[in-house]
Design a protein around this ligand. Structure first.
Ligand code: ADP
Ligand code: MG
Length: 214
């Protein structure tokens, strides 16, 4: 079964960003979407992750059309199964790192994984307020928070923007290991072609279409 399936998506803001885009994500799969700035990558990711309704087309998660799901079912899926790693990471600002992670752990009934914190190199910043951390550290806390809830679907938008190349690669290793271990799926938006090519499939958003490039 597809974890996620998108059919004939179209969306317009001031101008039409894309039309007739279809995409399938299977268990254990990773898909990268590349494209120039302004081509609509983040908008597409917002639609795939159910944050934004498309003008046309459908998104199905675990075989069920998101637009036809009950509010309750959709909230449960968002809370337990969807992991969003976006540029604006929405950590709770007045809280420490650990408090941010504990909120995620409690909501999803999972444990905070100490090994993961070490690998993300945030195990020594746990008692600091998130506002005291660098952009790169905040990014890694938000990644830890997302993985703590053990989602089946990861949506990742320019995850390595705040990170140096070697930290970026280590963070990506963690995502790839996670999806293969949990049989999860990932849709990654990036302008970094080297990073994109670590995914199973690479698509380019260009001229309003999604074109497979590998
Ligand atoms: N909520 C919005 N309202 C109006 N226009 C938007 C909105 N979100 C994005 N846009 C516009 O849509 C275009 C594509 O944006 P985006 O999806 O962020 O592209 P990318 O991620 O590829 O850089 C841009 O011109 C942007 O200004
Ligand atoms: Mg973007």
């Amino acid at each position: 079964m597809n974890l996620l399936s998108a059919q004939n998506l179209s969306h317009t803001f001031d101008y039409q960003l894309f039309c007739n885009i279809s995409l399938d994500l299977q268990e254990g799969d990773s898909i990268a979407i590349i494209g120039v700035s302004g081509s609509g990558k983040s908008t597409l990711l917002n639609i795939l992750s159910t944050l934004l309704k498309p003008d046309e087309g459908t998104v199905s998660i675990f075989g069920e059309d998101v637009a036809k799901m009950s509010k309750k079912k959709l909230s449960q899926i968002k809370r337990d199964e969807l992991g969003l790693v976006f540029q604006s990471h929405y950590l709770f600002k007045g809280f420490t790192c650990m408090e941010n992670l504990e909120v995620a752990a409690i909501l999803s009934n999972q444990e905070v994984d100490g090994e993961l914190l070490k690998r993300l190199k945030i195990d020594e910043t746990l008692n600091q307020k998130v506002t005291e951390l660098s952009g790169g550290q905040q990014q890694r806390v938000s990644i830890a928070r997302v993985l703590t809830k053990q989602p089946r679907l990861l949506f990742v938008d320019e995850p390595t923007g705040n990170l140096d190349k070697s930290t970026a690669n280590e963070v990506m290793d963690i995502f790839f290991e996670y999806i293969s271990k949990r049989n999860a799926g990932m849709i990654l938006v990036t302008h970094d072609e080297d990073l994109a090519h670590r995914c199973h499939k690479v698509y380019k958003l260009t001229n309003k279409e999604l074109v497979r490039v590998n």
